[in-house]
Design a protein around this ligand. Sequence first.
Ligand code: ACO
Length: 427
Amino acid sequence: MANQVKVNTGNGEFEYPVLSGSVGPDVIDIRKLYGQTGMFTYDPGFTSTASCESALTYIDGDEGVLLHRGYPIGQLAEQSSFMEVSYLLLNGELPNKSELDNFTRTISRHTMVHEQLTSFYKGFRRDAHPMAIMCGVVGALSAFYHDSTDISDPVQRRIASHRLIAKMPTIAAMAYKYSVGQPFIYPDNKLSYTGNFLKMTFGVPAEEYEVIPAVESAMDKIFILHADHEQNASTSTVRLAGSSGANPFACIAAGIACLWGPAHGGANEAALNMLKEIGTPDKIQHYIERAKDKNDPFRLMGFGHRVYKNYDPRATVMQQTVREVFDALKVNDPLFETALRLEEIALNDPYFIEKKLFPNVDFYSGIILSAIGFPTDMFTVLFALARTVGWVAQWNEMISDPGQKIGRPRQLYTGPTQRDYVGIDKR
Ligand code: ACO
């Protein structure tokens, strides 16, 4: 018999089952709470609420652990590839050689976008933020790929998933090309998923583009680090949008909109801008004091996390990758020294120690992306590109769950109670 939790409301005592996952905290199943007690639970920001059952990703924020289908992120980043991790997230197991080859081939066959889609870009201002373009263009995919929008058909769901993963690099690179006024570069399916993205972004028709293996490998690692992160804000947005039966292209566009915010995917852009503002290590203490001042809205961007109360394991890999990219490109960015020093000072400051604020994945990613040549406003786009596989895998998991219901939170209403309308002449 499962454990039970007793709730005494004053109107009686009710028992609720306690459910256990394979690892992680137990959850109290309160689905019958309202029916039995007439009460809701109150949990703004969902800090204590499990919104779904999932077998994709596990995080232990206190220990700094992140597992995809059981595999630690550090091992995947060091030994796997983004295509392999994508297969793992979608299918539950690592592929064998022929499964991986087939999957990679299938994805590469979907990299082109409908030619008519290029007209969408021309409707945007050249100085539009590329995330604004991404929200619009990805949402528009549902107008082009009707044959994969029937969510009750598992084959159509699979095709839509492959299309989204395959087309996202093309769409992201086109957003970049449009902003710099260069022609769009068609996908080159001889290249890897990541090599192809680099070519579509940095290649020009006038010259041969050569993929630098160390940059390709660093970029692939960055994609792996961003592939999924359990029920974060944008993933929950995708699930909530999808719970009404909306098509997958619309759901991923909703996820992109949520990811754009500076408290989520926009943090890598904000973190690099902050490092630029700080500039040299001698200014760090001033900014640390500002971050601690409750009357100052300034926060250390790239620091702190809702779930990690320990070092974000992705930040560890990211920090090492900075050096790899610098070596490969023979560059050095003094902001890296500033970042390292800032981390050291913050990690020894009682405020950050007490609140368990550690660098998150975004703290170092901006430095790498900027060294590779991406402008800051592309950073969140790269995050969206990589997270698409996580969104799609989570969306598939939800749609295939027979117990799936439309997401519909309740509220604690504090507005006026019923009152009579008063005509404008009497107000
Ligand atoms: N700098 C200074 N103080 C901070 C920071 C920070 N970066 N982050 C949290 N705090 C403080 C808060 O002021 C709060 O203090 P209080 O308890 O005295 O009020 C305490 O630490 C707890 O912070 P909350 O905001 O309540 O924690 P929450 O879990 O809601 O927020 C968040 C997490 C949004 C990530 C927050 O740490 C933050 O804004 N960080 C900077 C933005 C950032 O890097 N976001 C990227 C997240 S990772 C990702 O999306 C991939």
